[in-house]
Design a protein around this ligand. Sequence first.
Ligand code: SAM
Length: 212
Amino acid sequence: MRLRNITGSREVIGESRFVVHEEKEQRGRWKEIFGNENPIRAEIGMGKGRFIMDLAKQNPDVNYIGIEKYSSVLLRAIQKMEEEPLDNVRFIRMDAEEITDVFAEGELDRIYLNFSDPWPKDRHAKRRLPSRQFLERYDKILKKDGVIEFKTDNRPLFDFALEELEPAGWRADAVTFDLHADPVLNEGNIMTEYEEKFSSVGNPICKYIIRR
Ligand code: SAM
C-alpha cells in the first residue's frame, strides 16, 4: 500500500483543509472540529480512504476520522475528497500507537480496522492493530458500549485477533469467516479497496464485531 516518493505529499497534506494538524491538541475537543454533537467513528489504517468516504456519504449524521500513517497514501484520500468534499470526514496522518494522546476517554463510539498489516513475525505481534496492546488503547478512547469492527482476508491474523479478545477483556458480538456468504453480517457491507482486490481473487473475508 505504501506509495513511495510522491513529490510534495507532505506539502499537500500540510495545506489540506481535510486534514487535522496538531491532532494532540484536539484531544477531548473533536466535537468542535465537526461543529455538532454527532457520534465520532474512526478507521485506523484507512489507506486511500474509499471505505470511510462511502460510509460517510451514507451516514451524514455520523462524523468520521480516517487515520493513516503514510503521507503518500493519505494523499490519495485527500485527492478523492477534493473531488467530492464531505463535511463529516477528517483525516489524521499519524501512527496509531499514539492514539490515546489524540482522543480522550469515550470520545469515539466505533473503530474500524480493515485489512490491517499482518506483521507476521512473532516479535512484531504488538504492532498488529488488533493485538491486545492496541485493544488496551482502544479501551481508553471508546465509549462504554462502543464497538470495534475488523475485516481481513488474512486467516492467521484473524485467528490471532480472536485469541487476543479474552485476555484483553473483550468479547465477540459477531464472527464470520466468510463475510460475503453471510446474509446477516454482509447486509449493507461497504467494501474497502483491499476487500475488493482480495475477494475478487476468491479469498474469503473474515469479520468480527467486538465489545467489552
Ligand atoms: N483499510 C484499507 C483497505 O482495507 O483498503 C487499507 C489497508 S492497508 C493493507 C493498511 C493500511 O494501514 C496502510 O495504508 C498502512 O499505512 C496503514 N497503517 C498500518 N499501520 C498503521 C498504524 N500503526 N497507524 C496508522 N496507519 C497504519
